[in-house]
Design a protein around this ligand. Structure first.
Ligand code: MBD
Ligand code: FE
Length: 307
């Protein structure tokens, strides 16, 4: 058995003392720490060579399947980063604003933009899925309306699938960017989403199975909300009544992020939205926090799909 001192010395000899070129100190610091922690875990748990290679092969497979983002969500890594960001905000005295929650792996950049209103669905599910009107106001934490805020919205179809990743859907289906109007309002006409489930034969679900866990999310709608002078908000609402509301495999459901879809049957309401049948309605407002130097930016750089 090696103790931590011996482990750290070995890692140092192999990956620090061997440097002959320019070093990225941050990368070096992280690699040294993670390797030391890994060697320590191998010692503590007596991880076998076969187990170690199984682990590396798992990452190979997950990467080839483009499921590492899904894995980060499913293992709670992404939610943990939210909790850390909340903590940093609290320490800096930042309060108020709509709670953040995870982005998830299914955002696509470069979708159609409009002002005030967008129809998000392509009509292909209209014969068997309820229409959904989502509307809300974007304000600052004092309640002042923010016109021209960018509200990026994306969600699943009635099978829990997202366009772009699901090539059977039309381009940009259920994805739009809506800029708030002069009243700070956005209105989206779309269809009721159904909760996502991990691909049953995929790498993420394979690991979840070994942990005895399911890979389901409740019905939800994702948002980026941004405006000049304000911190970018990454969030979602999760829809009341879904059996996975508080049993989300990605831990994204939070107090303050639960939306109620009400059934609207009044003829004048149906007419008002130019619909022809009863529909579901969700009000979801956003409060943005002013930009500040006190804490790291809420803009996260990660590889994202772009249409
Ligand atoms: C999703 O739709 C999602 O939001 C997350 C976090 C993970 C997988 C699919
Ligand atoms: Fe999602």
């Amino acid at each position: 058995m090696m103790n931590r001192q011996e482990i750290d010395k070995l890692v140092q000899q192999m990956n620090v003392d061997t440097a002959t070129g320019e070093v990225n100190p941050r990368v070096q610091q992280i690699v040294v720490r993670l390797l030391g922690d890994l060697f320590q875990a191998i010692e503590d748990l007596d991880i076998s060579q076969t187990e170690l290679w199984k682990g590396l092969e798992y990452f190979t497979d997950a990467g080839q399947a483009n499921e590492l983002g899904l894995l980060a969500a499913g293992l709670g890594l992404e939610h943990y980063l939210d909790l850390r960001a909340d903590e940093a905000d609290a320490k800096a005295g930042i309060t108020g604003g709509t709670p953040r929650t995870i982005e998830g792996p299914l955002y696509v950049a470069g979708v159609p933009e409009s002002v005030g209103f967008a129809r998000m669905d392509d009509g292909s599910e209209s014969d068997h899925v309820d229409a959904l009107i989502i509307e809300g106001i974007v304000t600052d934490t004092a309640g002042n309306k923010i016109p021209n805020a960018k509200v990026e919205i994306w969600h699943a179809n009635s099978l829990g699938n997202y366009s772009f990743f699901d090539k059977s859907q039309s381009e940009f289906n259920l994805r739009r960017s809506i800029f708030t109007d002069t009243n700070g309002q956005y209105v989206a006409q779309t269809t009721m989403p159904v909760g996502y489930g991990c691909p049953p034969e995929g790498t993420t679900q394979a690991l979840l199975n070994l942990l005895g866990r399911h890979g389901n999310r409740p019905s939800h709608v994702h948002y980026f909300v941004s405006a000049p002078g304000y911190r970018k908000l990454t969030t979602q609402f999760n829809i009341e009544g879904d059996k996975y509301l508080w049993d989300d495999f990605a831990f994204a459901t939070r107090e303050g992020l639960i939306a109620t879809a009400s059934e609207v049957t009044a003829v004048e309401e149906i007419k008002k939205y130019n619909l022809d049948q009863p529909f579901k309605h969700i009000n979801f407002h956003f409060q943005l926090v002013k930009d500040t130097q006190q804490v790291p930016s809420t803009e996260v750089n990660r590889r994202r799909a772009a249409a």
